[in-house]
Design a protein around this ligand. Structure first.
Ligand SMILES: *Cc1c(COP(=O)(O)O)cnc(C)c1O
Length: 473
């Protein structure tokens, strides 16, 4: 196809040949990804050398473009669903949802309003109902929306909290979060135009939970200063250590103080599907709003976040605008227009992948996978504790564990230990055998692994620890 193509079409046969190759490539990836190296490192110059060009005026052979992309783009991306992708929050994904996304995109289903696609809106209602029930939110009054990710869900929550608690004037409003809260919350607060003096970052305890005493002091002092405490963000599974804040206690405090209680469960919320996780997350059902992030531990491909809300009218009351060009499509109130629940008007059909994967595998599979992940981290902690080389810095918590190389009887200074652990991480990354980077806890450089991939085995971890040790020399 060298001539220009004003209708942007391929013949049926060309589409089939092209599409089958795409599916084959994806299947091959799912089937063999564990044999590949997970890490891709490249400089800007190397990437520019490969890709930089002017937008081509002339058409190209579709096969050549596809081959180039499969060879150069896909193969040079870090494999976040690899069993040895331990860092950040991995994206284990699943094949059914990948295909569901392909369908949603292939049919380009508009998921903004009821009138454009009642089935898409209904599936969003149904899957949100599943999640409301899982998290113990009220089924009738509750509601929510799927977003691009946890960051957008947190932003949507804080806009709602501000609207409900402050109305138009938020000049005196103050928001509270801990020093372990995810950076997306601060980003959202900045986007919303709050000043620095309206944000209270409360220190955490030795175990990385809110210091409740310091929080209470801050609220009381702000009230004395004539300020208006309006929102508190608790975390259900911090990204650093998997720590869950004292959710029940915080909810009582918020009730007493008439403060909106938002819980950021983007990392750890999904753990509620396991018996141990459910215990740890007690109190999560008390939130006014809750962020969960299906593209993390609910095994969905990017992008899928979710905001659940105790009273869906708060979401509607915050986001409903009535422009004249949408007047014919409003429908009745039970027919939800999801553009009234959040920021986006045109939205992709995110609910489909959640729906199809849960229908296909069953919730019991998700429960087993998550339970396996939590236990795997606990087994890893035992291995580390029994070794003379490793020191556990933060114990296995919701499948996250932090540790460092610190052999018995060494006389290294803290600074030298930091450098040594940084060197181990760099060695591992340069080998590309595992994705393993550091974080900082209590001013120490530590290695952090996040084990939410149900296909990661204990052997994968042992091999990686052995590899680490070779870089410690
Ligand atoms: C990952 C994460 C976020 C941000 O979610 P995105 O999907 O990356 O936008 C927010 N909060 C916590 C606790 C997270 O772990």
């Amino acid at each position: 196809m060298k001539k220009s193509n004003a209708t942007l079409e391929l013949s049926k046969k060309e589409m089939q040949e092209y599409g089958y190759q795409v599916v084959d490539a994806i299947v091959e990836h799912f089937d063999t990804q564990h044999e590949k190296l997970p890490v891709s490192l490249a400089t800007r110059e190397e990437m520019d050398d490969l890709f930089l060009e002017e937008a081509p005026e002339k058409a190209s052979d579709p096969q050549k473009v596809l081959d180039f992309v499969l060879d150069k783009v896909v193969s040079k991306s870090t494999i976040v669903s690899h069993p040895k992708a331990f860092s950040f929050v991995p994206g284990p994904s699943n094949y059914i949802s990948a295909m569901a996304d392909t369908l949603a995109t292939g049919f380009n289903i508009f998921s903004g309003g009821w009138a454009a696609s009642p089935a898409a809106a209904e599936l969003e209602i149904v899957t949100l109902q599943w999640l409301l029930k899982i998290f113990g939110f009220p089924a009738k009054k509750g509601g929510g929306i799927f977003t691009s990710g946890g960051s957008m869900a947190n932003l949507t929550a804080i806009v709602t909290a501000r609207n409900i608690k402050c109305g138009e004037d938020f000049s005196n409003a103050v928001i509270y979060l801990s020093d372990q809260a995810h950076s997306s919350n601060i980003k959202a607060i900045n986007v919303l135009g709050f000043g620095k003096e309206q944000i209270r970052i409360i220190p955490t305890t030795q175990e990385f939970k809110f210091s409740i005493n310091k929080l209470k002091n801050a609220i009381a002092k702000d009230r004395l200063n004539g300020l208006h405490p309006f929102c508190l963000i608790g975390t259900a599974g911090t990204t650093n250590t998997g720590t869950v804040d004292q959710l029940s206690e915080l909810s009582v405090l918020c009730k007493q103080e008439d403060i909106w209680f938002h819980i950021d469960g983007a990392y750890g919320g999904a753990a509620i599907l396991s018996v141990d996780g459910k215990k740890m997350l007690k109190g999560i059902e008390k939130a006014d709003s809750l962020t969960v992030d299906p593209h993390k531990w609910f095994f969905q491909p990017y992008e899928m976040g979710c905001l659940l809300i105790r009273n869906v009218n708060h979401l509607k009351g915050t986001f409903t605008e009535k422009p004249e060009y949408l007047r014919d499509v409003e429908g009745n109130t039970s027919e939800i227009n999801f553009y009234d629940h959040g920021i986006q008007l045109t939205r992709r059909f995110r609910a489909l992948k959640f729906y199809m994967s849960v229908k296909t595998f069953g919730l019991s599979s998700f429960r087993k996978a998550i339970t396996y992940n939590i236990k795997l981290a606990e087994k890893t902690e035992i291995i580390l504790r029994k070794s003379p080389n490793w020191e556990v810095i933060s114990p296995a918590t919701l499948a996250v564990i932090n540790f460092r190389f610190n052999p018995i009887g060494n006389d290294l200074s803290e600074k030298q230990l930091d450098a040594l652990n940084q060197k181990i991480s760099k060695g591992v990354m340069d080998s590309k055998e595992a994705l393993l980077v550091t974080t900082i806890l209590h001013n120490q450089v530590v290695l952090r692994i996040c084990l939410i991939n149900p296909r990661t085995t204990l052997d994968d971890i042992k091999e990686t620890l052995n590899l680490c040790a070779t870089f410690a020399e």
